[in-house]
Ligand binder design. Structure first.
Ligand SMILES: C[S@@+](CC[C@H](N)C(=O)[O-])C[C@H]1O[C@@H](n2cnc3c(N)ncnc32)[C@H](O)[C@@H]1O
Length: 549
């Protein structure tokens, strides 16, 4: 087991650093520790300490602070927890709940968010860049009213399902219904697989007749993939049977119904589609990569699939997919159960808005929010919308033929195409309601609105800094208007594109009526042989602002 410093080095900014850079970082910390520069804890000492106790000691990171000592102490502890434990796992002793269920990049450490709440007043919490919903989940466990905004439909989808709960008192019944439905998906797999094969046969026949008419293009070996992409948004073939089986289980009017829709922007049926998306995503993360044959789910051409059907490998792979979906449902029920245990029953369901924070309606942000906690994009570091499109195209496309269900039959109606305003507001719907295009022409909202992206930096490096600062003022202005006088905003942000984001945040805040209370910075630096200093990890800051009365 690596020493804590090593683990920390490997994890800090882990979502941001390339693997090679993380390895280099680990080497640096190791060599520093071997030369005595870094004091290593013994495993026995670590065993005794809670994560907050170790965060209360000065760390091996290079730390700076500005502002009152007591506030800085809290902010520093939060940053030490962030840098020591990274994401998505929560430290031992901190409830895991739904954190990290479904991958989302650049997450905030839940235990760090929890510590930051100690300096954020009131009973409500806004996260204008909600991502996977870490701060919303933490806020819920403190009984706060929570509001999340994110431009990425994937973020809205993930955050909605990480914060969704069954109705109070209906928890066990709901979980039982979900587990039972997952078991029916496995039982119904043969029929579903047959339906998928029949569909393929029909498509093949249609294609042949088209080609006889001389209108079809020749099969260049990629045709099967493109066809698959049209039908299911590039969902691996091995997953199509489980997906169809789930749709059938949910559309069966004779099947038992879930006890209630639950609290938040989804339903028990919606949660099952989420679990399918998680299972599918996990399967593509290299699990079983070493396995041979169709099992590795990588062969996507029609020819591969036909061979796999003949050898029986396809069925084996399909069963494996359905079972892994069932396992995911089991895990999700446990995790949501843990969230329910830690969330006071009276806590309202979060409001999650899928859109650009700079244009969110004042009806949502009406000046009554007491605190904000967020981690905005770092300048020029990430392309969140591009990640969302990739996940949607490759793994999230849980649709059969268009939106699932129409709300009239059983539990599948949570993703009806007839969007109610409420469903739109919650955003999860849009994730499924958008058909994956056959080409690169995604709808505009999957392509625009993100600020500070790497793409933007590449497109116009000279203009980037000024545009960035304007955007900082714009979103902090929205936060300022949303806050009550005396309300506070904590911003966790890292440098990029040569921008000192601590100063940038403080300057932008001052323009929109948010004054600096305190801030801390973390870095990991290394002395070079020539006497120079190399900053080995992205410098990150935690800035606390307060709305002037
Ligand atoms: C660092 S991530 C937030 C991660 C989050 N704190 C978590 O724990 O998962 C930044 C988020 O900002 C979102 N974002 C970028 N531009 C935005 C905009 N204009 N309006 C709202 N969200 C935006 C991205 O989609 C991304 O999810």
């Amino acid at each position: 087991m690596p020493a804590p410093g090593v683990a920390a080095a490997a994890r800090c900014g882990a979502s941001i650093l390339a693997p090679r850079r993380v390895r280099r970082l680990v080497q640096l910390v190791r060599s520093a520790s071997a030369s005595g520069e870094v004091e290593m804890d013994t495993a026995a000492e670590r065993e005794k300490e809670t994560y907050l106790e170790s965060a209360s000691r000065p760390s091996r990171f290079q730390e700076s602070q500005w502002g009152p000592e007591d506030v800085c102490t809290v902010l520093l502890e939060a940053m030490r927890v962030q840098w020591s434990h990274g994401y998505p796992h929560t430290p031992r002793g901190y409830p895991r709940t739904t954190h990290g269920f479904h991958e989302y990049p650049a997450g905030m450490q839940a235990a760090a968010a929890d510590r930051i709440l100690d300096v954020l007043p009131g009973d409500s919490l806004l996260d204008p860049f909600t991502g996977g919903g870490t701060s919303l989940v933490v806020g819920m466990t403190k009984g706060r009213r929570t509001v999340g905004i994110d431009v990425s439909p994937l973020a809205a989808f993930v955050a909605t399902h990480r914060t969704w709960r069954p109705g109070v008192g209906a928890e066990e019944e709901t979980f039982e219904w979900m587990r039972h439905t997952a078991a029916r998906v496995v039982d119904g797999l043969d029929d579903a697989a047959k339906a998928v094969r029949d569909e393929d046969e029909d498509a093949k026949a249609a294609k042949e007749s088209e080609s006889e008419k001389g209108s079809a293009e020749g099969d260049d070996g990629t045709h099967g993939v493109r066809e698959g992409a049209k039908k299911g948004g590039g969902v691996p073939r091995a997953w199509r049977a489980a997906r169809r089986s789930l749709a059938s289980a949910l559309d069966d009017p004779t099947a038992p119904q879930p006890p209630s829709p639950g609290l938040g922007g989804s339903t028990p049926a919606g949660a099952l589609w989420f679990c399918l998306s998680v299972a599918l995503q996990r399967s593509q993360k290299g699990r079983g990569k070493k396995k041979r044959g169709y099992k590795n789910q990588r062969q996507r051409t029609k020819k591969d699939f036909e061979v796999a059907i003949e050898t029986g490998a396809a069925i084996e792979a399909e069963v494996e997919c359905a079972l892994s979906f069932q396992k995911c449902v089991d895990e999700y029920c446990d995790r949501v159960g843990e969230l329910c245990e830690h969330t006071p029953g009276s806590t309202p369901a979060p409001v999650i808005v899928n859109g650009d924070v700079r244009s969110v309606s004042e009806a949502v942000l009406d000046g009554s929010v007491t605190s904000a906690l967020t981690s905005p994009p770092y300048p020029g570091v990430y392309d969140y919308l591009s990640f969302a499109r990739k996940v949607r195209a490759g793994s999230g496309a849980a649709l059969v033929d268009g939106p699932v269900g129409d709300g009239s039959s059983g539990g599948a109606g949570s993703y009806s195409q007839e969007t109610t305003d409420d469903a739109k507001r919650h955003g999860a719907l849009r994730y499924f309601a958008t058909a994956v295009p056959d080409d690169r022409n995604w709808p505009t909202d999957w392509n625009s609105g993100e600020f500070g992206s790497r793409r933007e930096l590449r497109q116009d490096p000279r203009a980037f800094k000024d545009v960035w600062q304007e955007d900082q003022r714009a979103w902090l202005g929205v936060v300022s208007r949303a806050l009550v006088p005396g309300g506070r905003a904590a911003v966790m942000i890292g440098d990029g594109a040569n921008v000192d984001t601590r100063l940038s945040t403080i300057d932008a805040g001052a323009v929109v009526g948010l004054s600096h209370v305190a801030s801390v910075s973390m870095a990991l630096t290394h002395d070079m042989a020539d006497g120079g200093v190399w900053n080995a990890a992205r410098r990150e800051h935690l800035v606390l602002l307060e709305k002037t009365a």
